[in-house]
Ligand binder design. Structure first.
Ligand SMILES: Cc1ncc(COP(=O)(O)O)c(C=O)c1O
Length: 368
């Protein structure tokens, strides 16, 4: 038996009729851009996150880009973020014309270390962009306090963390806004690309709506230069059909994580995911750390267990960011994590046999 890193088919089979009927409604109506499904999903996601407004986006990336553009963050501005994240978090800052200023991570949670933010603040800083990595929120209170004092926006990259909480508050609901991705591998996945921005700021929600449609209020009078950042009605239909199952799926991920945690507890070479006491983690990924990670990866590859490395190269070391002037050694925690982390299969539909096989193979590998 092989265990894939992710298999989306069993989950799709469990919701197929709901998804097909929702998709058919859109096709029958031929309202394929905007329309009731997009509006219903926006309302449902706003409610789910405990926010007043939600604005659909064409992807998680476009949710972040639209946010930066709507906040008028661009040339000459700096945005503080983590170097240990998916490329889009920092790529969007550069695309908006601003400069990402990286801050090292807390090695326990892999999220930005708020204690290291103050010395990177400058007159050019316009926002802090914490990323809630792997399903766990960043330490938001000190981040929000710093932002309030320096009058900065806080843009939560919650792409991997829909439903996660920090002191009882949902991901996306604590900062100026929160950006979600519904990429198919996320806890709530579309049948393609899709995203969402949630906020309690009415003015920001209005600007985001304008900007996602080329700054046009459907009158062909363009008040702002935006883009095509619209959420597709077919994707909204798929997501609406799945949203009611999200908590059940996330709780199954938590159960899987607890099972792995128990099995790896006695193994000294394995550092299990550490969830801060304020947090409820939704485990978009279950990431362990081992000193000889590449040997573990090779063994799993040879023995039919899927895995992923999130992320093998910290962002300050990416070739396309060379002009930012960072060098090896600038962010030691992120650099060490990049060498030691490995994500194991965690999807909700894993069978007991599959989980046991993953555990067996991992323990065999680290025992050498
Ligand atoms: C942390 C993070 N930010 C942003 C994104 C971008 O989302 P998308 O792939 O939907 O554009 C992703 C998704 O892959 C992500 O994991």
């Amino acid at each position: 038996m092989d265990v894939p890193f992710l298999d989306l088919k069993p989950q799709y089979a469990s919701v197929k009729q709901q998804v097909l009927s929702a998709v058919n409604q859109v096709l029958d109506s031929q309202v394929c851009i905007g329309g009731p499904k997009v509006e219903q999903l926006e309302k449902a996601i706003a409610d789910y996150c405990g926010c007043k407004y939600a604005v659909g986006a064409s992807s998680g990336t476009d949710a972040i880009l639209n946010t930066l553009m709507s906040l008028k963050i661009g040339s000459g501005d700096e945005v503080i973020t983590t170097p240990f994240t998916f490329f889009a978090s920092a790529g969007c800052i550069v695309r908006a014309g601003a400069r990402p200023v990286f801050v090292d991570i807390d090695p326990a949670t892999y999220n930005i270390d708020p204690a290291k933010i103050p010395k990177t603040l400058s007159k050019k800083t316009k926002a802090i962009l914490p990323v809630h990595l792997f399903g766990q929120m960043a330490h938001m209170e000190p981040i929000l306090a710093l932002a309030q004092e320096a009058k900065l926006a806080v843009i939560e990259d919650a792409a991997q963390s829909i439903g996660a909480t920090y002191k009882g508050q949902r991901a996306g609901s604590m900062g100026s806004c929160g950006c979600f991705s519904f990429y198919p591998t996320k806890n709530l996945g579309a049948a393609g690309d899709a995203g969402m921005i949630v906020t309690n700021d009415e003015q920001l929600a209005h600007t985001l709506r304008l900007m996602r449609n080329h700054g046009d209020e459907s009158t062909y009078e363009h008040r702002l230069v935006g883009g095509n950042f619209r959420l597709d009605a077919l994707q909204a239909a798929v997501l609406l059909a799945k949203l009611g199952h999200l908590d059940k799926w996330s709780s199954q991920r938590q159960k899987n994580a607890a099972y792995y945690d128990g099995a790896f507890a006695a193994c000294e070479q394995i550092t299990r995911p550490i969830v801060a006491k304020e947090n409820v983690c939704v485990y978009n990924h279950y990431v362990i750390r081992v000193p000889r990670r590449d040997e573990l990866a090779k063994y799993l590859r040879q023995n039919g267990v899927g895995y992923m490395i999130y992320y093998p190269v910290a962002l300050h070391m990416q070739e396309c960011f060379r002009q930012l002037g960072y060098k090896q050694g600038d962010f030691p925690q992120a650099e060490t994590a990049a060498k030691e982390v490995l994500a194991l299969p965690i999807y909700p539909e894993l069978t007991a046999e599959q989980k046991d096989l993953v555990i067996e193979r991992v323990l065999e590998a680290v025992a050498g």
